[in-house]
Design a protein around this ligand. Structure first.
Ligand SMILES: [Fe+2]
Length: 319
């Protein structure tokens, strides 16, 4: 929880970097904001540095950023990268980038939210029955964000603008010690095909991303990481025990789930290699007061995706 003093520091730092009409997607601007992240309050930077260094916690929460819901304007019901934003919204987005920059570099996807760095997750009528962040009546099963993509985020930030109907965000994590050695071995084998979710396939742009192959579990055997999306994964059915291993993993994660209704000003940072997330179905109103989260992707190593971005400064992954 940020103290009153710290809130003031974050607020005024963000304010000093933004101006009316500021486009936050520009690579040079993002680099400049990241440089100013060192001016954030020391306790906040230390908290985020510990979260990043330990690499074991599934998530952390930064609480207390002041959001004036009236001045933020209505929850957007359409994707419009160039829509006019209020200065409060620009300031909030800069605050989100400043805080995110303590964990890594922010980036976007060409095929998601028109290549925006910050995604507005608020219900849209045309997505009402689709399992998307911009949907509503369709439950979203818990998942690793962009599990199919080799350059997926290491952290996913969800900054809550408003959530007056208290729609929960589902969060879970895997304790690998609850899996047998045999299951860990099977789940670490490169036998799984990860498929893109509908948010990519709905785009009319080309090329579309393909599938990726690998293990559900990966990394240091003493500190295994996870990627899993139960709706967009396949495995061969002729390998003894594999379906049982996946089902056990699913049950272990299911038992860990918590359901957290974020409040206005809460900034949830998920470790996308540890945590899974989702949300239940809810009823939209489209009256400008629906749940509105701002999602931001963060990588620990932007350089890795260089060949899929147009320049060193470009933060948008092409495919
Ligand atoms: Fe997600």
């Amino acid at each position: 929880m940020l103290s009153a003093n710290e809130i003031e520091q974050v607020y005024w730092l963000a304010d000093s970097l933004g101006e009316p009409g500021q486009r936050i997607d520009d690579g040079l601007f993002l680099a400049r904001v990241a440089m100013h992240a060192r001016e954030l309050p020391r306790n906040l930077r230390r908290f985020l540095a510990d979260f990043r260094a330990s690499n074991r916690s599934p998530a952390c929460l930064v609480l207390g950023y002041p959001v004036d819901e009236v001045r933020m304007g209505p929850s957007p019901t359409a994707c419009n990268r160039l829509r006019e934003k209020t200065i409060d919204e620009i300031r909030l987005e800069i605050a989100a980038i400043l805080i995110s920059s303590c964990l890594g570099d922010v980036f976007g996807w060409r095929l998601q939210h028109e290549g925006s760095i910050i995604h507005d997750l608020a219900p849209r009528p045309e997505h009402e029955d689709v399992g998307l962040g911009t949907g509503s009546r369709q439950h979203i099963n818990w998942h690793t964000e962009d599990s199919f993509h080799p350059y997926r985020a290491d952290y996913v930030g969800l900054f809550c603008v408003r959530n007056s109907h208290r729609v929960a965000t589902t969060i879970g994590a895997l304790d690998p010690d609850q899996l047998s050695k045999r299951h860990r071995r099977l789940l670490s084998a490169p036998l799984f095909t990860f498929r893109p979710d509908p948010s990519y396939l709905m785009s009319k742009a080309h090329p579309l991303p393909g599938t990726d192959r690998g293990g559900i579990l990966f990394g240091d055997p003493e500190n295994l990481c996870l990627r899993f999306d139960q709706d967009y994964i396949d495995w061969p059915d002729d390998i003894d025990g594999i379906a049982e291993a996946v089902e056990t993993l699913r049950r272990v994660i299911e038992a860990s789930l918590i359901h957290m209704p974020l409040r206005s000003g809460d900034f949830l940072l998920l470790n996308n290699r540890r945590a899974v997330h989702g949300r239940p179905a809810f009823t939209p109103t489209y009256r400008g007061t629906d749940r509105w989260l701002k999602r931001i992707n963060i990588t620990r190593n932007l350089e890795r995706s260089r060949r899929r971005r147009q320049s060193d400064f470009d933060r948008v992954i092409y495919v």
